[in-house]
Design a protein around this ligand. Structure first.
Ligand code: G3I
Length: 405
């Protein structure tokens, strides 16, 4: 199904545009005086994207899903609620957000006995002011590279297994109890599988505890006990590319192990950081592999969620029109398969606007041109990728509720 322009059913576009400024002020600790002051007009690109943003939201809703994106806690000029145009786009297209960095150990756990929730609290407040749901990312990113230095060098003392377990439990209980039902879904464990051989990556904590599976299982069991309402997700970046076959096999082994041990994992998080190919035959081959993988995951009783969608164009030509078309073709092929599952839940992108994407610095193009990896461009105009998201969400298989699976 393809939705027509402006099919944000029942929404008065003029009223919406008039209200954009007020929406932006709400949640930024705006005073009544601020709210009574007519806001400056939004950027023209942001206005032009409103119909597509409305379509994305309506299309997701029509199939029982929410669309959403990562958001930061930064100032104006970042992918944050403080950037009015970004906030408006996010709150029109999306109903759910995830903090790009602000709930990670590096952000909330500056030291063994210290917690700092200031930045993440700003995101939660900004989301709630816009009636948006919040996902938690992540309670345990199981990679030394992304742990704070103090964790990697921590002295676990004479009873290391007990001390490491206590530290992990304290962390998960502190975060989940602080936010209670305000967070409905957690990436409990992120990226424990090594892509090159499918093995499990150790950390200082798992070495102290004497086992990686023990550590990961403890994280899920603690999360279930402390946040029984929440969806518990194992989140990873195994892709649909042929080069990810070993990674996918490792993920399947991990998921089988969870089931064999009775570890409470509800959902596999598909990060969905795609690398676009210029060869349409490759897209078809990838679809076959991806469907086989998702079939195997679903057969084990897991639900699915797209947690960090974006498309790297590092292998594509410079020409913007061709590049955008190829990006859209890759995304369409991926969503055709991924949204063909009733157990697929919400769909979140890892940013909405090209310029703020992590890919600009982590995966720069060799020609120095900026990546066009997100659904909206730097002027907040909808690109072909945004069109694909609206169309595919509208054509997706409807969500089957968790209790019905
Ligand atoms: O905020 C500091 C800034 O003060 C400092 O000047 C600057 C200098 O390097 O660093 C800034 O922090 C950076 C932070 O992003 C905010 O921009 C960190 O160095 C950088 O490591 C961090 O990268 C994040 C990365 O995860 C590591 O945490 C990316 O933004 C974020 O997009 C990325 O997200 C991950 C998901 O969590 C898991 N899945 C893969 C995904 C992409 O790598």
């Amino acid at each position: 199904m393809t939705m027509g322009a402006g099919s944000g059913a029942g929404i008065d576009r003029r009223a919406l545009i008039a209200g954009l400024g007020a929406t932006a002020l709400a949640g930024c600790a705006g005073t009544q005086a601020q709210l009574n002051t007519p806001p400056p007009p939004p950027a023209p690109g942001a206005l032009n994207s409103v119909p597509t943003a409305l379509e994305i939201s309506a299309a997701a809703r029509s199939r029982g899903r929410r669309f959403g994106s990562a958001v930061a806690a930064g100032a104006f000029g970042t992918a944050s609620f403080a950037d009015r145009d970004y906030a408006n786009l996010l709150s029109i297209a999306g109903r759910v957000v995830v903090a790009e960095n602000e709930m990670k150990w590096q952000a909330v756990r500056p030291g063994p006995g210290q917690f700092d929730f200031a930045a993440f609290d700003r995101i939660v407040a900004g989301a709630e002011a816009r009636s948006m749901a919040v996902r938690g990312h992540t309670l345990l990113w199981h990679r030394p590279r992304w742990m704070p230095d103090w964790v990697n060098t921590h002295d676990y003392g004479v009873r290391p297994a007990t001390a490491a377990a206590a530290m992990l439990v304290e962390h998960i209980e502190t975060v989940t109890r602080r936010y209670g039902t305000r967070i409905h879904s957690y990436d409990v464990v992120n990226e424990v599988v090594e892509p090159s051989d499918g093995s499990l990556v150790p950390t200082s904590m798992s070495q102290a505890m004497g086992g990686i599976t023990d550590t990961v299982d403890l994280a899920f069991r603690t999360a279930r006990a402390a946040a029984p309402h929440a969806e518990l997700v194992y989140n990873d970046y195994m892709g649909w590319e042929a080069s990810s076959a070993t990674h996918r096999a490792g993920i399947l082994r991990l998921l089988e192990g969870f089931r064999a041990r009775g570890t409470p994992v509800d959902t596999l998080g598909l990060q969905s950081h795609l690398t676009a190919t210029a060869d349409p035959r490759e897209i078809v081959a990838q679809q076959r592999e991806w469907r086989a993988f998702l079939d195997a995951v679903v057969a084990m009783g897991y639900r699915l969620i797209i947690t960090e969608l974006d498309v790297s164009d590092e292998q594509l030509v410079a020409d913007v029109a061709r590049r955008d078309q190829q990006l859209a073709d890759n995304l369409a092929g991926y969503l055709d398969v991924s949204l063909d599952y009733g157990v697929m839940g919400d769909v979140l992108t890892w940013g909405l606007v090209d310029r703020y994407s992590w890919l600009q610095s982590f995966r720069p193009r060799s020609d120095g041109l900026p990546q066009r990896c997100c659904p909206f461009d730097d002027m907040y105009r909808a690109k072909r990728m945004a069109r694909v998201i609206a169309d595919k969400l509208g054509a997706a298989r409807p969500v089957v509720a968790a209790s019905a699976t």
